[in-house]
Design a protein around this ligand. Sequence first.
Ligand SMILES: Cc1cc2nc3c(=O)[nH]c(=O)nc-3n(C[C@H](O)[C@H](O)[C@H](O)COP(=O)(O)O)c2cc1C
Length: 189
Amino acid sequence: MVSEENQKLISKLIFSTIVPRPIAWITTVSKEGAVNLAPFSFFNAVTTKPPLLFVSVGKRKDGSLKDTSRNIVETGEFVVNVVSEEFLEKMHLSGKDFPPEVSEPEELGISLESSEKVKPPRVKGVPASLECVLREHLNLGSTPMDVFIGEVVSITYSPEILNSQRGIVGRLGGKRYCIVKNEVDLSNL
Ligand SMILES: Cc1cc2nc3c(=O)[nH]c(=O)nc-3n(C[C@H](O)[C@H](O)[C@H](O)COP(=O)(O)O)c2cc1C
């Protein structure tokens, strides 16, 4: 049995050593049609064929599902928006606890546009948006966390992202972030 104090240190070490973490800025819609937007850094690619990714969402303090989880469970769809420097502060603020009836994009003045293949809209102006359909829902850990495996069914992107990821934001320990400023290209080694 791990003591509470040790568990706190383990969590802190996971947040501070598995870095930088990519950020999935996720749009979902509720059954009633309200748009939700929140960031998640327990996120990564799983496979490319088919293109699968995962995101791991914790529970609220009272044990209830976060809005993102509830919407993914209810609708089976979500959109991962890639965060660039100009969206950093708004992305961070969208991680605060908003009541389900409040739309984060409206509250924070974030423009949305329709996606190609799924209902949740994408954030306008981000470098890329990956539209996903839920393939697996796992419950892992003691809380437990809701781990969603999504299949990417459509990608909207600005072509520059294929050659450079400059300006993309990642999550560090605490409330710190990094921004890609210094790319090292070893393709001719
Ligand atoms: C950069 C960043 C990364 C985050 N990563 C996660 C994560 O991986 N898993 C998680 O459960 N919460 C994460 N959070 C917290 C959620 O964004 C936060 O709980 C949010 O209020 C959930 O919103 P929702 O209830 O609208 O889904 C993160 C917050 C920030 C700012």
